[in-house]
Design a binder for this molecule. Structure first.
Ligand code: SF4
Ligand code: SF4
Length: 365
């Protein structure tokens, strides 16, 4: 593959950037790092300079590219519609092809090559959740919940059981969805993972997939291209089950706030279902930045593994915003957001997974 094979197709779109800086005003990375090169505007500028041969790919350029959380806010705000994220992700992939991938992402890739998950865990561990059933609905656990937050898997299964949903769980045959590889510059690896998973879904005759991780949900829905298969986020499923009267949960006295994961909200436009559910079972109080304008948790796009300090500092802003509301806790349906916000909160406000919260209310009803 020649240098910048993917980036080359963006030569003309890169000319559309008018350097207005609208993207800089909202970028979570630049607000922490300060340098223009950490904003979409800065990234578009130095990517163009690299393509034009004016500057070399150096360590700082690689660092800046991998400090983007892929929150997508810049893309939404760009007046001429520059596809900033496509350009950043293609730049990452070209840099990986040049052998300049950050070491921490290379380790993730090696673990996926060997273990089919980014944690390097034994896939057989997923078998403790495996469920065989004559069902065309599948619960896709995701690696973060299965290996790092089993409470989320158990909670999701409890919700499905309480509503009488018949479903399968693949166990070790469920490989990483590929999100982390796609975001960190390994699209070919992401496609191999997708091909395996799609094959497993087809063998099992799956028609509906439920995901309890926003990164998995976006990847399954946007990138798997499965005809005749419906992909539902856990918030959409719970909303539907309550609407159909299959799940009945009384209203509690809790005051909660909701954090929109970028992969679920801004990228996939799922804003209403979690809010409908939380308003039925608690009192939802919104943070100043919510829905399309939600602040990023800081962990996405491989930033949690590449630059944990940056991820935590971005999350601290979100936690501070939550603390200004009357909420007793932050609820979010993404295990990655939950972990990073929790790390940043250091116990000053609980950060609770959506499925775990709903399941706790079912159990106490
Ligand atoms: S996707 Fe988010 S973090 Fe990345 S450049 Fe755009 S606004 Fe900044
Ligand atoms: S908002 Fe768009 S046009 Fe304006 S500086 Fe950012 S990338 Fe360029």
């Amino acid at each position: 593959m020649t240098e910048f094979q993917r980036l080359s197709k963006h030569r003309e779109p890169l000319e559309y950037c008018i350097r207005c800086g609208f993207c800089k005003a909202i970028c979570p990375a630049v607000s922490e790092l300060g340098w223009d090169s950490a904003s979409a505007r800065g990234r578009m500028t130095f990517i163009k300079a690299i393509l034009d041969g004016d500057i070399e790919v150096n360590e700082k350029a690689v660092e800046r590219l991998f400090q983007c959380t892929t929150c997508g806010d810049c893309k939404e705000r760009c007046p001429p519609g520059v596809k900033t994220l496509d350009i950043i992700e293609d730049a990452r992939a070209d840099i990986v092809d040049m052998g300049l991938s950050p070491k921490k992402h290379r380790i993730l890739r090696e673990r996926i090559d060997q273990f089919y998950n980014p944690y390097g865990a034994e896939m057989a561990d997923k078998n403790k959740f495996k469920r065989d059933a004559e069902a065309d609905t599948l619960y896709f656990m995701g690696c973060t919940a299965a290996f790092r937050r089993p409470e989320t898997v158990i909670a999701t299964m409890d919700i499905l059981d309480a509503a009488g949903v018949m479903y399968r769980v693949l166990g070790e045959d469920e490989w990483c969805c590929g999100s982390v590889m796609r975001r960190s510059g390994y699209p070919d690896v992401a496609e191999e993972l997708r091909d395996h998973n799609v094959n497993e879904f087809e063998k099992a005759g799956i028609k509906t997939i439920v995901a309890s991780c926003s990164g998995c949900y976006r990847t399954l829905k946007e990138e798997y291209e499965m005809e005749g298969v419906e992909v539902l986020d856990i918030t959409e499923l719970v909303d539907r089950l309550m609407e159909q009267g299959k799940l009945s949960i009384g209203k509690s006295e809790d005051f909660v706030t909701y954090h929109d994961p970028c992969h679920l909200g801004r990228h996939m436009k799922v804003f209403d279902s979690p809010r409908r559910v939380l308003n039925r079972i608690a009192t939802l109080v919104e943070m100043e930045h919510c829905r399309e304008n939600s602040l990023c948790c800081g962990a996405g796009g491989g930033v949690k593994s590449f630059d944990n300090d940056l991820a935590i500092n971005i999350a601290k802003k979100r936690v501070e915003e939550a603390k200004t509301t009357a909420a007793q806790m932050i609820i979010t349906p993404c295990p990655f957001c939950r972990t990073n916000l929790s790390d940043a909160a250091e116990g000053c406000i609980p950060v609770v997974d959506f499925a775990e919260y709903v399941a706790s209310k079912i159990r106490s009803n």
